[in-house]
Design a protein around this ligand. Structure first.
Ligand SMILES: Cc1cc2nc3c(=O)[nH]c(=O)nc-3n(C[C@H](O)[C@H](O)[C@H](O)COP(=O)(O)OP(=O)(O)OC[C@H]3O[C@@H](n4cnc5c(N)ncnc54)[C@H](O)[C@@H]3O)c2cc1C
Length: 740
């Protein structure tokens, strides 16, 4: 056995997605990082050891333009390229590769942190080291750092340090949460084991083990969906332990979960109710996926009102969008539904103050253990959200280490600026990076898209329910025409709504409403006469009221920022109102209704330097007219005086409206997002007015390319020349940044 002491700027305990993203973020900012995980595989619950699929703010497509950016966005896009079918082992490799790509990270797998050296009074604890046992290697390693991040989910390291935390549910009165119980208690969400099955191609018998539970004696067959052929997260409801202690009773919980899995499989194979003769068990989890344990106390506790009210924190550093998703304490044995969900009107913000300890001066946290009430945790706990929080906390730790300040003393605007520069998303905040010379340039382009009317006419869509159409109004709407069929003479009722918040895609404030007579006939352009001049560019949410005598037409390839939606009635058991749930793009994904809305500046060249790098009240990107055979679209940044540049960042459009997922939930039909630039050149203007290539990218499949120039370039102009995309008709550039 060996005793070792290692020292890094930052120590991250826990290699789930929160810890992984925290470590990568800190390492990219030049810090040395120890990333410690007590399992041999990174990813936590997303790893092939547990196999929970990674969801986040898109909430399976309920939220629009909501996919995570930053490191989580990179993981989604890379996984889609390498692993579009959702193989859990390929996903493990994507995550491990991302960590291994950072020379600043030293990875300690199989290393269980179980001792903490901390001192100081109760209100100002300070961690000097944590110690972990590396299983299989007989190494007892002491990790010393200035800053520690507890991203372990369970939060043992922080707890041993004396960091204040909660386990269980707060009382309703504590944060005035309607979904909290009257009295505080120790109830948590339970844990789960998942399983995979496969068709062996020949009959396979199944002899249940002695410990299999007879599920016919439980309410499971009546209350839960059991289908032969379902795998993994389809069985999220195999949940147990909410009334126990999910850590100290972990082994007993695992045994109960195994018993039930084998009981379910016995039911599928041997009850005669399923067509499952050739089916066999391919994999059964053995590491319980834990949903909930300790939640640390920060300077702020995010709560239900913040999620549903979308509180716009000045110190927002991350975002979420999953519903508040709480499960009954009895888990799979509950008589009622397995989950109760409620959505905000759009994605919500997470403040920095929820990411550092209220009483441990050098402790930050990320993941399911952040400073949120049990009810708010019901939403923040999903892994892509944990990952964005991880990037924020890791970035904060890196800045604290560089500046020698405690997390509480960190300048939040510097943190936000760094996050945006690293291409993380802080919703509704424009970058104001003083080092970026791009915003001071005059921006022109070979062409820009000026209308929405592209795409092929697809099908006739009877207006049996209300239709929704979202498009950017920039700077004003001077008329809206819809392509309509009418069975007989009738009236078209159209409303124009302001979604109010830039990240929302629901009708919130009625701006105008018109009723237009329509004569019988097909494929008629009907002018609504709707006009709108908002104070600043924003999205319009147009509602076309249902009318059985009318039909609209769908079109493919809608311009960025355009959405087609229909309204489905809310499940009567769900809390109302939840407009986000009612307005769905089901059947209209990557489509819209055929419409004309005059000219638009929404895709103008200057959008590439306006500080926003994701949709917010508009698409915020330059889009060219459709490219010719040999591409040739260009975007030019020109300065009145020569500038010297060493680094140019190009952010391509990774279409954050596309709901990517790491495992088998759904199959997105392309490996590389078509809107991403494929081949392009960065050129600088020479003194004689000619253009010189300073960097060229081919076969690109990423959103963010950082072009660090071999030699600094001094020039009055720079341009991005797009040769080809990964399938989109036009060139899309979200942002160009230029640094000396
Ligand atoms: C069955 C189930 C279904 C769920 N459904 C979804 C879903 O569909 N999509 C979704 O996105 N989220 C879902 N969640 C929630 C989500 O999985 C968790 O909230 C999320 O994994 C938390 O991420 P994390 O990085 O904070 O922690 P974890 O994923 O738990 O990762 C923590 C890591 O730290 C390690 N660790 C713990 N203690 C120590 C220690 N002392 N020393 C060293 N390492 C340590 C653990 O081994 C683990 O690798 C579900 C959870 C469960 C259990």
């Amino acid at each position: 056995m060996r005793h070792e002491t290692v020292r890094h700027d930052i120590t991250v305990v826990g290699g789930g997605l929160a810890g992984v993203c925290a470590a990568i973020a800190a390492a990219r900012l030049g810090r040395t990082v120890a990333l410690i995980n007590n399992r041999p595989v990174l990813g936590g619950n997303a790893s092939s050891e547990v196999r929970v699929w990674v969801v986040g703010a898109t909430a399976h497509g309920n939220n629009h333009h909501a996919r995570e950016g930053g490191i989580m966005g990179e993981l989604f896009v890379e996984n889609q390229f390498r692993n579009p079918d959702g193989n859990p082992y390929y996903w493990d490799a994507v995550v491990l590769d991302a960590v291994r790509a950072e020379p600043g990270i030293t990875l300690y797998l199989n290393t269980d942190v179980r001792e903490v050296d901390a001192d100081g009074p109760k209100d100002a604890r300070h961690i000097t080291a944590v110690t972990g046992w590396m299983m299989g290697s007989e190494r007892l390693i002491r990790f010393e750092s200035e800053l520690f991040l507890d991203c372990s989910g369970d939060g043992l390291a922080g707890a041993l340090a004396g960091a204040r935390h909660r386990i269980g549910r707060e009382s309703r009165a504590e944060y005035l949460e309607p979904w909290a119980p009257e009295e505080a208690d120790r109830i948590t969400l339970g844990s789960t084991l998942l399983f995979y099955t496969k068709d062996a191609g020949h009959p396979v018998k199944y002899v249940p083990p002695s410990f299999a539970k007879n599920i016919a004696e439980t309410s499971i067959p009546q209350r839960r969906i059991i289908r032969s052929g379902d795998n993994g997260c389809a069985y999220w409801w195999i949940e147990f332990g909410g009334e126990l202690d999910t850590v100290h009773d972990n082994d007993a919980i695992r045994d109960e979960l195994w018993a039930v899995i084998h009981g379910i499989w016995d039911h599928i194979k041997n009850s005669g109710e399923f067509d499952a003769a050739n089916m066999t068990l391919e994999w059964v989890g053995s590491v319980p996926g834990k949903r909930e344990y300790r939640r640390f106390l920060g300077d702020y506790v995010l709560h239900q009102g913040d999620i549903l009210g979308q509180t716009e924190f000045a110190d927002r550093v991350a975002f979420g969008g999953w519903s508040i998703d709480l499960h009954p304490p009895q888990g799979m044995y509950a008589d009622g539904d397995g989950a109760k969900q409620r959505y905000a009107d759009g994605i919500y913000h997470i403040p920095y103050r929820s990411l550092y300890s209220v009483n441990t001066t050098n402790l930050l946290f990320a993941g399911r253990n952040i400073s949120a009430s049990h009810v708010a945790f019901g939403s923040t706990r999903v892994m892509a959200t944990c990952a964005t929080v991880g990037q924020a906390a890791g970035t904060a730790a890196a800045l604290c280490a560089a500046q020698g300040v405690a997390p509480r003393a960190l300048d939040v605007s510097a943190l936000q600026r760094t996050l945006l520069r690293e291409d993380a998303s802080v919703i509704g905040l424009a970058s104001d990076d003083p080092d970026d010379l791009a915003p001071s340039a005059a921006v022109t382009a070979s062409s820009s898209l000026t209308d929405f009317g592209v795409g092929t006419l697809l099908e006739r869509l009877p207006l049996t329910s209300d239709a929704g159409l979202v498009f950017p109004v920039d700077p004003e709407l001077t008329g809206l025409d819809l392509l309509v069929d009418a069975e007989r003479d009738t009236e078209l009722v159209v409303e124009l709504h302001d979604p109010e918040l830039g990240q929302n895609y629901v009708p919130r404030r009625l701006v105008d409403s018109v009723t237009v007579p329509v004569a019988a006939g097909s494929k008629q352009w009907i002018g609504t006469g709707l006009r709108w001049a908002p104070e600043s560019a924003r999205n319009a949410f147009v509602v076309v009221r249902a009318n059985d005598d009318l039909a609209l037409y769908s079109t493919d390839g809608p311009a960025p920022g355009v959405l087609g939606l229909t309204r489905i009635p809310l499940d009567p058991r769900a809390e109302s109102p939840q407009p986000l749930r009612e307005w769905t793009d089901a059947g209209l994904l990557r489509r819209a209704f055929r419409f004309r809305a005059g000219g638009t500046s929404a895709y103008a060249p200057a959008k590439a330097v306006d500080g926003y790098a994701r949709p917010y009240a508009g698409p915020h990107m330059w889009v060219s007219e459709p490219l010719g055979e040999d591409g040739g679209a260009w975007l030019e940044l020109a300065w009145p005086e020569p500038v010297t540049l060493r680094r140019i960042d190009v952010l391509a459009d990774d279409d954050v409206n596309e709901d990517l997922i790491n495992l088998h939930h759904h199959r997105t039909p392309f490996d590389t997002l078509p809107t991403l630039l494929r081949d392009y050149r960065v050129e600088a203007r020479d003194a004689d007015g000619g253009w010189r290539t300073v960097s060229r990218t081919t076969d690109n499949r990423r959103r963010r390319q950082v072009h660090t120039l071999d030699e600094p370039v001094t020039s009055t102009a720079l341009r991005i020349v797009v040769e080809s995309t990964n399938g989109a008709a036009s060139a899309h550039v979200v942002a160009v940044r230029a640094y000396a």
